[in-house]
Design a protein around this ligand. Structure first.
Ligand SMILES: [Zn+2]
Length: 440
């Protein structure tokens, strides 16, 4: 007797008519005809030929700032620098309770969207480490339904930020604060080399932070080269430090937008070095397309990193959401299909295989970058998956498909009704669901 049996599912690899049997919090069996052969279960869900995908994973987010839109005021220019300034105005007024409440509300949205793992950066440039304490609490609270991975993120730069500015007499350096956050249990080492005062101090920050990660055996995920400056090449240093310190497979460069504007010859050397060091990349399409190119008139650069070229060069690439209703971005609703949809358009990844890669960039790829255990729709994996109102990954992206059922550790944690519109047109169908149906 199984605990849960999903029947007649399509999987992301194209297999049809699959039944998924769950025992406890794990997937016990996947295959055609389990139900027909008499498999019994306490609970049964008919997928009716629709797609069952492993859950969405967000490789790059800022949960300490999410849902703070309009506090204390909105970002009038919509630029990155006004966003950072606005966050600086908001920070002194934050309370742990308010951060926890907003983050918990966001996690509710995430679960409803089938987004069950999030890597979030948490600002450590605060002598109180208020957001760190708050998000450690959130990580504990949401653990039954969502994997939250925390990155120690020095928003104002470990060499540029002086904690005594916010707390007179404070003797900690910004680097000390980041190390304290790691001592408290933050999972990953972050950084922001392009925000340090000079290229040299940017390089120095990468070296210090990578060495700290190597000492502690932690993963690294830096905001790296989030600029249109083609000479911002901190990804080169990050890749070199990964090789030098033996951190292969544990380091991610987030944004890498300068790569959009770099010299082609230089990139032809850089991408193979990244692949060799197994450095992964996370693009944030919704944010890159709205924040980059702001100093351009026309032509106006898209600014997103070179996703198809990185993939072709053997580099793992994820798409992150980065922001939802915060000082940098006023929109969003925890929908990783919206992220994939934008990434697909900005990168012009409209070929069939490329569209499937965009779906993988919000599921399998970030799962590998986060190092998630037991991820996937296969026997032995955790029983975490999403039933989508779509027949394949491409249709899921096209429709930003409804998450009909979300399962976490074998338990249904969210449901949504099928999306359809009722029509009142003489001689036409009574409803539409935006899917093509061809006879035969
Ligand atoms: Zn970010």
């Amino acid at each position: 007797m199984f605990d849960l049996l999903i029947t007649d599912a399509r999987l992301t690899d194209g297999r049809e008519g699959q039944d998924i049997a769950v025992l406890g919090d794990r997937i016990a069996e996947v295959g055609a005809g389990l139900a027909a052969r008499g498999a019994q279960a306490r609970e049964r869900i008919d997928a009716a030929g629709q797609l069952v995908s492993p859950p969405f994973v967000d490789a790059h987010f800022h949960m300490d700032a999410t849902l703070s839109w309009g506090l204390p005021r909105v970002n009038r220019s919509g630029t990155l620098l006004e966003g950072i300034a606005l966050w600086g105005e908001l920070k002194p007024t934050l309370t742990a309770d308010a951060i926890i409440e907003r983050a918990m509300a966001y996690c509710d949205w995430a679960v409803a969207r089938g987004l069950l793992a999030v890597r979030t950066h948490v600002d450590t440039c605060d002598p109180r480490l208020l957001a760190v304490e708050a998000l450690l609490e959130v990580r504990r609270k949401v653990a039954p339904w969502l994997d939250l991975q925390l990155v120690a993120f020095p928003q104002d730069g470990i060499l540029r930020y002086d904690p005594a500015r916010d707390k007179p007499g404070c003797t900690d350096s910004a680097f000390d604060l980041l190390k304290k956050a790691l001592d408290l249990g933050v999972d990953v080492v972050g950084g922001i080399p392009h925000f340090e005062r000079t290229m040299d101090s940017g390089r120095e920050s990468v070296r210090l932070l990578a060495e700290e990660a190597a000492r502690r055996g932690l993963r690294v995920d830096m905001h790296c080269d989030e600029t249109d400056d083609p000479l911002s090449r901190h990804i080169e240093t990050l890749t070199h430090e990964t090789q030098r310190l033996g951190l292969q497979g544990r380091v991610n460069g987030s944004h890498l937008t300068s790569m959009h504007s770099m010299d082609n010859y230089y990139v032809s050397k850089l991408i193979p070095l990244m692949a060799e060091a197994q450095v992964s990349a996370t693009a944030n399409p919704l944010i890159n397309i709205t924040i980059q190119g702001r100093h351009d008139t026309y032509p106006k650069r898209r600014g997103m990193t070179r996703v198809p070229e990185l993939l072709a060069g053997g580099v793992e690439v994820a798409f992150g959401h980065d922001c939802v209703m915060d000082p940098w971005y006023s929109l969003g609703s925890a929908d990783m299909l919206e992220v994939a949809h934008m990434g697909l358009h900005v990168a012009q990844m409209t070929g069939e295989a490329a569209m499937r890669q965009c779906f993988a960039a919000v599921t399998e790829a970030p799962a590998r970058i986060l190092g998630l255990e037991g991820y996937g729709v296969a026997p032995g994996c955790f029983a975490d998956f999403v039933l989508l109102q779509a027949r394949d990954p491409i249709e899921a992206i096209r429709l930003r498909a409804a998450r009909l059922v979300v399962v976490r550790r074998g338990r249904v944690v969210a449901t949504a009704p099928r999306q359809a519109s009722t029509l009142a047109l003489d001689g036409r169908p009574a409803s539409v669901d935006f899917m093509i149906r061809r006879p035969g």
